[in-house]
Design a binder for this molecule. Structure first.
Ligand SMILES: [Zn+2]
Length: 256
C-alpha cells in the first residue's frame, strides 16, 4: 500500500469535486485490499451505480467510498436521507470506507472501514431540505454521524498516515462481524448497549453501571417500558459473541 495520491489523471478535470473523486477512487482501486477476505485488490463498479462503488472479486462484498479533504470529524455528508434509511432497513447497504486525505500533500491520512451491520437509523442525521430557490428544491440529504458508531465498528486501515497491519485489520473485521444482526430494531438496541458499555472506562464493570444509562435509553426508546430486561438481553448477546464475559454476582469483564 502506497499512501500517495496520483494526480497524473486529473489533468482533464476542472471542478474540485471531480478532481477529488478521480484522485481518491484511483487510490482505492490501486491500493486497497478486501478487508473482509484479504483478497489483494478490489474492483471499481461502473460509474453511477446507485448502491456501491467497489466489490471484491473473491468474496463479492461491496464497498462505498466517502472521502474528505481534511479531518473526517464527527459527521460526513451523504446522499438522500430517505434512500439511506431504506437501504439500512432492508439490509441493502455496502460496507463503507471513509477517507481523510490531504489535498496539499497528495496523501491519504486516515482510511477507515465501517461494516454495514453498524449502520442504524440513529447514526443517520436528516439535513435541512434544499431551499425552494435551489435547483433540486426540497431535496433532503443526510449526514452519517461517525461519533455515534461504537469503536468496534470503526476499523482503522490507515491511521494518521500509518498503515495498519493487514492481519490485524482482517482479525478486527472478523470479530466485528460477530455482532451482525439482520433485524434493524435488534441492531439498534445492540449498538445502544454496546455504546453504554464502551462509555464505562474500566475493564470490569457491573450490571448496575449499565443500568445507570437506563434514562438515556428510555429517552431513545420511549415506547419501551422494559429497559432493564432489554439491557440484560443485549449483555447476554455480547457475552455469547465473546465481547464480554460474565464474572458472577452482577459483574462483567470486557474481552474486546
Ligand atoms: Zn473479499
Amino acid at each position: 500500500m502506497n499512501l500517495a495520491l496520483n494526480d497524473s489523471l486529473t489533468g482533464e478535470y476542472n471542478s474540485n469535486s471531480q478532481i477529488a473523486r478521480v484522485l481518491t477512487e484511483e487510490w482505492v482501486e490501486k491500493n486497497m485490499y478486501c478487508p473482509r477476505c484479504g483478497n489483494l485488490h478490489i474492483n471499481h463498479f461502473e460509474n453511477n451505480r446507485p448502491v456501491a462503488d467497489y466489490y471484491c472479486p473473491s468474496c463479492n462484498n461491496e464497498y462505498e467510498l466517502k472521502s474528505k479533504n481534511g479531518n473526517l470529524g464527527h459527521k460526513v455528508n451523504d446522499g438522500a436521507y430517505n434512500t439511506m434509511i431504506e437501504r439500512i432497513s432492508s439490509n441493502d447497504n455496502p460496507d463503507f470506507f471513509f477517507m481523510n486525505y490531504s489535498k496539499n500533500e497528495l496523501k491519504v491520512i486516515d482510511f477507515i472501514l465501517i461494516p454495514k451491520h453498524f449502520f442504524v437509523p440513529d447514526i443517520i442525521e436528516k439535513r435541512k431540505p434544499l431551499a425552494l430557490t435551489a435547483k433540486r428544491a426540497g431535496w433532503t440529504g443526510c449526514n452519517i454521524l461517525l461519533d455515534k458508531i461504537p469503536e468496534q465498528g470503526k476499523i482503522d486501515i490507515v491511521s494518521n498516515g500509518e498503515i495498519i497491519d493487514i492481519n490485524y485489520v482482517i482479525n478486527k473485521v472478523n470479530k466485528s462481524s460477530l455482532l451482525e444482526t439482520k433485524n434493524i430494531n435488534n441492531r439498534g438496541w445492540l449498538m445502544d448497549v454496546l455504546n453504554c458499555v464502551n462509555k464505562i472506562p474500566s475493564e470490569i464493570f457491573t450490571l448496575d453501571e449499565v443500568y445507570n444509562f437506563e434514562n438515556i435509553l428510555h429517552i431513545k426508546h420511549p415506547q419501551n417500558n422494559n429497559i432493564r430486561p432489554k439491557i440484560r438481553q443485549q449483555l447476554q448477546f455480547l457475552r455469547d459473541k465473546g465481547f464480554i464475559d460474565f464474572l458472577g454476582k452482577g459483574k462483567y469483564i470486557k474481552r474486546i
